[in-house]
Design a protein around this ligand. Structure first.
Ligand code: NAG
Ligand code: NAG
Ligand code: NAG
Ligand code: NAG
Ligand code: NAG
Ligand code: NAG
Length: 372
């Protein structure tokens, strides 16, 4: 056999192996059993062990465990993201910065009710300097890229400045997020493999009160005491990942509500991060199963595996009614991102062993499938 044919054969085997290892998606299994929904609020110590594995699995209502990212500095699977959103009656707004290690991404999403959602973003090469916070309630995140200026700054533990400018056309966002001293959050430690070396650590903080403005298309939108959410996350992600994140906010019957539902990859969970915020309190919800509709814009039904409330976790029956979808796919052989963002209203109930909360809130939902 000539050298050329040996080369072709070896290259062919190589491509087949890469395809097998990378491109073929593993079968996704959602969790269909109840979990203990372990609360870690009384634990002291670190989020990770000294060799970079998740130390616990469970959730906290505030970030009291110590997070030390220095061990992950040179790990190319280390992913960092920060997201701020408000879902007002007539406008949904989200800004985010993402650092995947080898590439970064910033985006602004605006959905004006009745119009098509708009997402503008920039893929930022890793060598462009930027900063991300080391703590969800401390420090500064700052990106000054070709097209964007993003600045998220903590003024103490309960107040954040969120500034985002798009330089090409005028989009100017300037918001102050304030939360009550006793406002609970959802801090989540979720392993994504057997030994916890792949995991994510996130702080989803709902029920911020937001003041400020958005200038967009020559129009000023003013916000006054509008409910807001932060999704701050860090983690060592597996190459294949997929998730659903359903998120809602609104005042219904005088109660300030924040709804957080996730369908997550992973193993060895002792908890999920599904919950409802009612004023300052987190109501933990049981494991949630999602009924994926055939058509993206049909209603999505989310129900707990438990058909009645348990002392540690509530029963939920929630439907999301989407109005619009934004779709974006990107695929270059081994790297792929398939993102769908849906905008609409959540309606349903959450029932604890003591009471029932009726939920009607505006919100958004993200269906993401990635290889990166
Ligand atoms: C937590 O991490 C610090 C280093 O950041 C280390 O000195 C300490 O021993 C760790 N504590 C536990 C309980 O692992
Ligand atoms: C990141 O933070 C460092 C130290 O505070 C600072 O010198 C640098 O200018 C910051 N970079 C950006 C892009 O904000
Ligand atoms: C962003 O960077 C540009 C130069 O690249 C500089 O002119 C500008 O002042 C910077 N903006 C901020 C707010 O730091
Ligand atoms: C939403 O609409 C109401 C009137 O329908 C208006 O008063 C308010 O300013 C609008 N809010 C935003 C953020 O545009
Ligand atoms: C929630 O907060 C609002 C505003 O402070 C208050 O009117 C309402 O009674 C509270 N509801 C509950 C269930 O705590
Ligand atoms: C959820 O609510 C819908 C509509 O109210 C109802 O048809 C359905 O049976 C409920 N599901 C559960 C599990 O309670």
């Amino acid at each position: 056999m000539g050298k050329f044919w040996v080369f072709v054969l070896v290259a062919g085997i190589f491509i087949a192996v890469i395809n097998k290892l990378c491109i073929e998606d593993p079968v996704y299994e959602s969790c269909t059993e109840n979990l203990p929904q372990l609360n870690l609020d009384m634990k002291v110590g670190n989020v990770t062990t000294e060799d970079g594995k998740l130390a616990y699995s469970g959730y906290l209502t505030s970030p009291t465990l110590k997070w030390d990212p220095s061990i992950f500095e040179h790990n190319w699977r280390f992913k960092q993201w920060e997201f701020y959103g408000i879902y007002a009656d007539n406008i949904t707004l989200a800004v985010a910065t993402v650092d995947l290690g080898y590439v970064k991404n910033v985006f602004i999403t605006i959905y004006e009710k009745g119009k098509d959602p708009v997402t503008i973003e920039e893929i930022v090469p890793f060598w462009v300097p930027s900063n991300m916070t080391q703590d969800s309630l401390k420090g500064t995140t700052r990106f000054n890229t070709t097209n964007f200026f993003m600045f998220f700054h903590n003024n103490g533990k309960d107040m954040k400045t969120v500034v985002a400018n798009y330089k090409k056309t005028e989009i100017d966002i300037n918001l102050i997020f304030v939360k009550g001293k006793h406002q609970e959050g959802m801090v989540y430690l979720g392993p994504m493999n057997d030994d916890g070396s792949k995991f994510f650590y996130s702080h989803k903080q709902y029920n911020y009160l937001v003041d400020g403005y958005l200038t967009y298309n020559g129009k000023n939108h003013l916000f006054s005491k509008q409910l807001g959410v932060m999704d701050w996350g860090r983690g060592i992600w597996p190459y294949h990942s997929r998730w659903i994140w359903a998120s809602g906010l609104g005042v219904h019957k005088g109660v300030y509500l924040g709804l957080n539902i996730g369908e997550l990859p992973g193993k060895n969970h002792y908890a999920t991060d599904d919950c409802l915020f009612a004023n300052e309190t987190v109501i933990k919800i049981g494991v949630v199963n999602t009924q994926h509709p055939k058509n993206l814009l049909d209603p999505w039904v989310f129900t707990t595996v438990n058909d009645r409330p348990h002392p540690n976790y509530a029963f939920m029956n929630m439907t999301f009614y989407p109005e619009k979808v934004f779709e974006k796919s990107f695929s270059v052989w081994v790297i792929k991102s398939d993102l769908k963002q849906l905008f609409g209203t959540y309606k349903g109930i959450v029932r604890t062993t003591e009471y029932e909360v009726e939920v009607v809130v505006r919100g958004f939902m993200e269906v993401h499938h990635a290889r990166w």
